[in-house]
Design a protein around this ligand. Structure first.
Ligand SMILES: C[S@@+](CC[C@H](N)C(=O)[O-])C[C@H]1O[C@@H](n2cnc3c(N)ncnc32)[C@H](O)[C@@H]1O
Length: 274
């Protein structure tokens, strides 16, 4: 394993925190474990040389490789089931009703390898009524890790991952490839657009959402970055829109103007049309 000097460690921690908000200040061994392979692949024997190349690299490829190594992409289908039950029973029926003419914009922010946005697409299908028009439901699924997004786009997973889904959904939405793997049904992809995106970059004025899932992302941020992200998420929510965070990253009333309606579910005030 290639060891980090204190100076190299501090530089990587600062870079990851400044650019992506990810706090790695207690993760020296993790960085060494994950980045050694990358250095070896590039024929380098020190992080100093890597950092030199990183700062000179105009393509963004080296930063991308480092992000792929150092982000934690752990996720699974139907994670935090209470959220998906609330979405199916309460939140999506309400939003679909409200958005039946202008459509519905949903953002899976920090979607990792795609399990979250595909579970969401399954829930949407479950909410489909004979008269409902899901054609104008758009899910934007974003992540900073290109490697995670490539897997998400492919939509193929080890067979074991299917077990987290209700058995009926496994039958409806999962297509077996062989004994070891399956792919998600094509119709689920219809709603989803994948995009590489740093959550901390200022959003475009046109970006507005009725529902945002930003779950298990803020746990890797320190307090000030978390606050910056909360402001961004609040600003892109439509009035009456919902934000879902992970149950391990609940927002306090001092941190957000959004109203908590269920555990880890927040809503922006609904402004009535005059
Ligand atoms: C632990 S996964 C959570 C995935 C999914 N939301 C869930 O709850 O299962 C966190 C994801 O956030 C992404 N992430 C971390 N910092 C980010 C940033 N600044 N911009 C965009 N994505 C980021 C990571 O690449 C990773 O895929």
């Amino acid at each position: 394993m290639i060891r980090l000097t204190e100076r190299e460690f501090a530089e990587i921690v600062k870079y990851m925190s400044d650019v992506y908000g990810i706090n790695l200040d207690k993760k020296k061994v993790l960085i060494e474990c994950r980045m050694t392979k990358l250095l070896e692949k590039l024929g380098l024997n020190s992080y100093e040389k890597y950092l030199e190349l990183l700062h000179r690299d105009k393509t963004g490829d080296l930063a991308g490789e480092m992000v792929n190594c150092l982000t934690t992409n752990y996720t699974y289908f139907y994670r935090e089931p209470d959220h998906f039950r609330k979405l199916q029973e309460i939140i999506l029926p309400e939003l679909l009703e409200r958005g039946q003419y202008r459509g519905l914009d949903i953002w899976s922010a920090g979607c990792s390898t795609g399990e979250e946005c595909y579970t969401l697409a399954m829930v949407l299908e479950e909410c489909r009524r004979p008269d409902s028009n899901l054609g104008n439901v758009r899910i934007l699924a974003t992540d900073i890790s290109g490697a995670a997004l490539a897997k998400a786009q492919k939509g193929e997973y080890p067979a074991k991952e299917m077990e987290g889904l209700p058995p009926e959904w496994q039958m409806k939405y999962c297509r077996k490839i062989n004994d070891r793997s399956f792919r998600v049904a094509e119709e689920l992809k219809y709603h989803i657009r994948f995009q590489k995106k740093n959550l901390l970059e200022p959003p475009a004025p046109s970006e507005k959402f009725d529902l945002i899932l930003c779950r298990n992302v803020m746990i890797y941020f320190d307090k000030s970055v978390r606050q910056r992200l909360i402001r961004i998420l609040e600003s892109v929510l439509n009035s009456g829109g919902y934000l879902l965070t992970g149950h391990a990253e609940l927002l306090t009333s001092a941190e957000t103007v959004l109203e908590q309606v269920f555990p880890a579910v927040y809503r922006k005030e609904l402004k009535k049309d005059k």
